[in-house]
Design a protein around this ligand. Sequence first.
Ligand code: C2O
Ligand code: CU
Ligand code: CU
Length: 487
Amino acid sequence: MPVRGRPWFGARARRGQVMPTTRFPALSRRDFLKTSGTLAAATALPPGKAPGPAFATRLTPAPARVPMVGDDFPATAVWAYGGSMPGPVLRVRQGAPFQAVVRNGLDEDTTVHWHGVRLPNAMDGVPGLTQPPVRPGGSFSYAFTPPDAGTFWYHPHADGLVQMGRGLAGALIVEEAEPPQVDRELVWVIQDWRLTRDAQIDPHFSSRMAEAMAGRIGNTVTLNGRVPDAIKVRAGERTRLRLINAATARIMALRFAGHRPVIVALDGQPCDPHEPAGGRLLLGPAMRADLILDATGEPGSRHAVTDDFYGDELAYSLVEFAYESGPLLREHALDASVRLPPNPLPTPELASAERHVLALQGGMMGGMDMMGMRGSAAWAINGMSMTGDGRTGMSPLLTLARGQTCVLSLRNETAWWHPMHLHGHSFRLLTRNGAAVPGTVWGDTVLVPPREAVEVAFVADNPGDWMLHCHVMDHQASGLMTVIRVA
Ligand code: C2O
Ligand code: CU
Ligand code: CU
């Protein structure tokens, strides 16, 4: 019931021929120089971390048409940043100034939120909380200097279910001064769509049922805005794969047949390099993973990347790697380290931490009916429902003193999964159901399974009012959202 079926546009288009890799995010000239440089000389970038050049761009969200599912179907009407869907891959160097002037070409209010970036509150893009909404025809200039390198993304924080559901999302890559040595880098912005038979986005966004269950899960999954053809691979090459789950509700569990990818960062934050548990990479909406993937397959072979989160029956193949038949790029996998340099995250002081329990409540079979659903609320946090874009004048659930370490215990009392996201900070994962999370794992979004509990810790070092919400857009809009104040 919560999932309508296997994605059905993919299967036929996916059997198509191998497309040139330039169909996928092309390496920038800078990447190319970097990559060819490291290949040629096997030396790292020169020491002394120059901040890198400032980056400035314009982003105009507006209606557009894109060929989402292939030539046999009409182009799909979407909302896109500057006509490109997903939006352009924005790249800035860690510690260098970033600026984006957003001009609203939609006929409703919008904003841009820079998901996962620890930036000043006024740049966070939450209408009514951190800035006035950007009116149709209006503009807003976002400027900040990202402190952390990593894989981040941007999306509207107004009418999210519709605006993201119509395509507004893009990757924001903050580059390390000294990235690990790889042969190429791919960015995969993965989105999920509920398409009609003529490949148009089903315009019925809000459904009481989807709201109170798993959210609007679609029937078509795209990679960088297209139902993908196979991706060409050269045996022996090492790829850095930056995955972004930009779906509004679909959770993914990815398997890389015939390969052993190593996770080197989660939500942009470096972790101890490790393989996904059981070979299955779990990625809820808004979550990211950086993988190092060594092409260990045979020349001429093909290997699928599949997603089986909703069970075998609903499993589908997201994309295939198609090995070229030419010679190996190298005989043995690179033995260069894949560990990423650390980001300057403040260390939580657990001994003196302030502890709070946030109970996630509601949904079908969740007792919200007993609590009495107020207005459009289907969900609540500790009995309170902040709905819509959050413009309800609700006072913060918690007020934390600046510099205070806070341990949040997220207790999912519902029958549904919730990717819970905190703005303005990255938190450290402490425990799941009371058991310590191995290694050092940071994130800005944590997937909390039904009836389970997760503890996270962070230093409240970034002043302002910050959203904490479920990133299933239907859930956020219908009450699974609150505000934490750092004063
Ligand atoms: Cu990705 Cu509150 O957002
Ligand atoms: Cu965010
Ligand atoms: Cu949720």
